[in-house]
Design a protein around this ligand. Sequence first.
Ligand code: S3P
Length: 175
Amino acid sequence: MPNIVLIGFMGTGKSAIGRVIARALNFKFVDSDQMIEEVTGLTVNQIFRKHGEIRFRSEEDLVLAKLAKGDHLVIATGGGAILNHKSMEALKKNGYFVLLTADPEVILERVSRKNTRPLLAKGRNLENVNNLLAEREESYHYYADATIDTSRQDIEDSARQIIRIVKEKWSYEKS
Ligand code: S3P
């Protein structure tokens, strides 16, 4: 089975759902933001604050390039990973991309619970969420092999849905 790569906006549930999928499939779960924090010894917030977004993106590229070489992985990417075409293409070679979406209101509610999203630090409001979503929408859909809406279902149901989709796709490809 290929790696399962979760893409999508902040607050769509990539990490929480990814963990459940990995456990169910006996895959390893990796969160690219967490890996960046381990490699740099800085939090995502600190990288943005001290070095800026460009530096964060280059750390993100390095981590994603490394993950692209792995297998039996469930990879939760950062919400802006789709901005790097080269990393996405590398992950695509051995990865099935599932786009997680959620209504802007739901995203806002979820991201407001924690203060770990530097891109929304200036204003966690619906307008900023909608603007960033509009900028990225096309890229998210461009890379997605499947899309699921996590607005109205819990983590376990989303994970089950993804496992079903990936298994169906995989058995179809094998036959
Ligand atoms: C970002 C999303 C974050 C993190 C960073 C930038 C983005 O990840 O990578 O703050 O550009 O949307 P999550 O989607 O896991 O919050």
